[in-house]
Design a binder for this molecule. Structure first.
Ligand SMILES: Nc1nc2c(c(=O)[nH]1)N[C@H]1C(S)=C(S)[C@@H](COP(=O)(O)OP(=O)(O)OC[C@H]3O[C@@H](n4cnc5c(=O)[nH]c(N)nc54)[C@H](O)[C@@H]3O)O[C@H]1N2
Ligand SMILES: Nc1nc2c(c(=O)[nH]1)N[C@H]1C(S)=C(S)[C@@H](COP(=O)(O)OP(=O)(O)OC[C@H]3O[C@@H](n4cnc5c(=O)[nH]c(N)nc54)[C@H](O)[C@@H]3O)O[C@H]1N2
Ligand code: SF4
Ligand SMILES: [Mo]
Length: 662
């Protein structure tokens, strides 16, 4: 690809994470440069990943539609490829019904593209539409939706900068969402705010922490409950907030009786004095905010629910510098969910069974969406070849997953029909019957929604290569062929308009305003600025009060994930959610070939620093070099996702480590 075809003047949004920095191409360096005065990266900074974003366009691109013939994918005309997709999906639907088709995607695609994807699925009669980036923060979003009425970050990056204390749990924002971290957390901490980091491993975020608590994995909910207990013991709860904005306080207090700070802190692997100190910091802060990541997803919602309790008893919701703030991963992870690319909700976090929401959709589409929720992506994939016979995949690579490898291959091979729309060949296209070549981020127009609910523009700075087409155009063609609904749109603006008429979170937004700078959801009536802080007077449930959860539920969630019978010998594997290849310097590659182990565990297993070791889980074995370090707590080891992937299944992974003899 020649670099000349990228337009330097086009300002667009970084595709590499959910922070949503603004950038443009710079001919001088051949890389991206930030835009000063942008909504997110105001000073015009980008992180190294963002600077390299235009490299996506150079990848081994798909440039022609492909159809499988005699086992091989062969180039065909668009007409032929689209016919093939239509026939494949119709065949499955006629034979097995609409729920035998899965629509998977697309956290890297625009809001408009996601909207069309779910419109196709639902117009065909199925809610089996999901995106797998959602599972990175699913338990957290679900707890927030249930108790607060919305899974969106409660606060904005701007107002978070006013916090006096941050509690960062199971996340590494200093490295994973660096521009967001540098915009709100770092300056506040430099100004004297406390940063409590709750993570079994010290990572880059810990470097700025005023206190690091490293509980054993599976003991986060317990630890957070102990923080709440200590806060109550010290009388640091917010009585006014509790009286005005919560229910169930007395029951909550009673449920705290079962905890014994000294014994339970030990159970969590922590020093009781450290827990008390953290509780004091959090409880005494005028404004305290929680930031979460993928590390709290393993305990079926126990940890996010305990964190919501902690925020409620300390009055840290609905105000600037507070709240529950999951820092999301992929560029449009938030937007894909907002658009209804999820099995349980129509656009705008409205349940598929919500009568009013269904009526709004039916009025626009002329088609009733199905009222029963569909299935989540991991379940759909497990049913490939049985309950699910056909799949349409948009901008995802579900063949790389945390199922057993052999099973994954069997599952994908067992589909009657698979169509994939992607910009490059990947593990999933290898199983496809039809491959549709699509546009990369910098080749298309539309909107994406970042981690603090800002809707911003993607603008085309280049054209798709060869015969590749824009995702939106392909989806509109497919919708028209496959369904009775209207898919004739005046480009992304037309799709956006239709979406805002049924998505109450985006109601009142103008496409032109988004292109001009951005809009945040939800827009208060009659105003142009989206709400920075959610739940100010009322929660998004519509109620003034949110329930405190009796702590039994939280504690049993923590207990449910007990260390398991083989814990004495096994270690819990920590890894990171690596989806993009980060630029690999030789030093980084050396780092990636190591497994970090606590010196205590290393001594117990006779593992020398620097020794070659076999790391084994129930899924597989990898050989790595051991590095003794206090960065990981006892009972855990850490390896980069690039090497840990063969070991990791769903849930927590236990590994055994043995030194290999020379
Ligand atoms: N450079 C770069 N940035 C990225 C990405 C990338 O691939 N590269 N990917 C993006 C994506 S898709 C995502 S989802 C985000 C992920 O963003 P984060 O979730 O912030 O990133 P991780 O590095 O996965 O951090 C998870 C942390 O959870 C900890 N952890 C693991 N188990 C437990 C536990 O039981 N309890 C607690 N308290 N902590 C635990 C781990 O030790 C780790 O420090 O990053 C995004 N940003
Ligand atoms: N085994 C394993 N499983 C994991 C993870 C892991 O580290 N290991 N990480 C987990 C995490 S945190 C996440 S977020 C998910 C991520 O899972 P995915 O979203 O599936 O991420 P990728 O594997 O990067 O695949 C993205 C695909 O989208 C294509 N693509 C990018 N932009 C566009 C576009 O504009 N249009 C179209 N049509 N295609 C596009 C890319 O070419 C690529 O093939 O996976 C989760 N699952
Ligand atoms: S923080 Fe995220 S959005 Fe900003 S430049 Fe880095 S990768 Fe891009
Ligand atoms: Mo993710």
């Amino acid at each position: 690809m020649s670099e000349e075809r990228i337009d330097e003047r086009t300002e667009t949004t970084c595709p590499r994470c959910a922070v949503g920095c603004s950038l443009r191409y710079d001919e001088g360096t051949g890389r991206a440069t930030g835009i000063e005065g942008a909504r997110v990266n105001r000073e015009g900074r980008l992180c190294p990943k963002g600077i390299a974003a235009f490299e996506d366009l150079d990848e081994d691109r798909l440039t022609a539609p492909l159809v499988r013939r005699d086992g091989n994918l062969e180039p065909v005309s668009w007409e032929e490829a689209l016919d093939c997709v239509t026939n494949g999906i119709e065949r499955v639907r006629e034979r097995y019904g609409p729920d035998a088709i899965a629509f998977l995607g697309a956290p890297r695609c625009t809001n408009e593209e996601n909207y069309l994807l779910q419109k196709i699925a639902r117009s065909l009669g199925t809610n089996n539409v999901d995106n797998r980036a959602r599972s990175c923060h699913d338990a957290t979003a679900e707890a927030m939706e249930t108790r607060l009425g919305s899974g969106g970050t409660t606060n904005s990056l701007d107002d978070l900068a006013e916090a006096d204390a941050f509690l960062v749990v199971g996340a590494n924002p200093a490295e994973r969402q660096p521009i967001a971290f540098d915009r709100c957390v770092r300056p506040a901490v430099n100004d004297g705010a406390a940063l409590l980091h709750l993570d079994p491993r010290a990572n880059r975020t810990t470097r700025l922490a005023t206190q690091h608590l490293a509980p054993h994995p599976g003991r986060d909910a317990l630890t957070v409950a102990l923080l709440a207990r200590a806060i109550l013991d010290m009388g640091l709860e917010d009585r006014t907030f509790i009286a005005e904005r919560t229910t169930g306080f007395d029951q909550f207090v009673r449920s705290m009786d079962r905890f014994d700070l000294a014994a339970d802190a030990e159970r969590a692997g922590l020093d009781p004095a450290a827990v008390r100190e953290a509780a004091e910091t959090f409880g005494e802060a005028e404004r305290a905010a929680v930031v979460t990541g993928t590390g709290i997803e393993a305990d079926e919602g126990a940890t996010p629910n305990a964190l919501l309790d902690l925020l409620l008893v300390t009055g840290n919701l609905g105000k600037r510098g507070t709240g529950m703030n999951p820092f999301r991963g992929l560029v449009n992870e938030q937007g894909a969910s907002d658009m209804g690319a999820r099995p349980d909700c129509l656009p705008g976090e409205a349940s598929v069974s919500d009568v009013d929401a269904r009526a709004r959709v039916a009025a626009e589409w002329g088609v009733e969406p199905p009222a029963e929720p569909g299935e989540a992506e991991p379940d759909l994939v497990r049913e490939f070849g049985s309950g699910v016979r056909g799949a349409f995949v948009l901008g995802e690579n579900p063949a790389v997953n945390r199922l057993d490898d052999a099973t994954s291959e069997q599952l994908f091979a067992a589909l009657d029909f698979l169509a994939v729309q992607d910009v490059a060949p990947n593990e999933t296209t290898a199983f496809a019957d039809v491959v549709l070549p699509a546009s990369a981020w910098a080749e298309k127009e539309g909107t994406v929604t970042n981690l603090d609910r800002q809707v911003q523009a993607l603008r085309p700075a280049a054209s798709p290569p060869g015969r590749a087409r824009r995702d939106l155009d392909v989806l509109a063609d497919l919708g028209a062929r496959l369904t009775d609904a209207d898919f004739s749109y005046d480009g992304p603006a037309g799709v956006f308009d239709e979406m805002t008429r049924m998505n109450l979170l985006y109601a009142g937004m103008e496409y032109e305003e988004v292109l001009d700078g951005g809009e945040r959801w939800p827009l208060p009536e009659g105003e142009n600025e989206g709400q920075d802080v959610l739940h100010r007077e009322r929660f998004r449930t519509g109620r003034q009060r949110a329930p405190l959860e009796p702590i039994e539920a939280v504690a049993s969630g923590a207990d449910a994930d007990d260390r398991g019978p083989d814990f004495e010998e096994g270690l819990v594997l920590l890894t990171e959610s690596r989806v993009d290849e980060d630029a690999g310097s030789p030093a980084a590659r050396r780092e990636e070939a190591t497994v970090q182990i606590n010196p205590v565990d290393a001594v117990a297993r006779d593992i020398e620093d620097g020794a070659q070791v076999a790391v084994e889980s129930s899924r597989g074995v990898v050989e790595l070099r051991a590095r003794r370090t206090d960065a990981v707590r006892e009972g855990t080891v850490f390896a980069h996702a690039s090497v840990a992937d063969p070991l990791v299944g769903s849930g927590r992974t236990q590994v055994r480590i043995t030194e290999l003899s020379e």
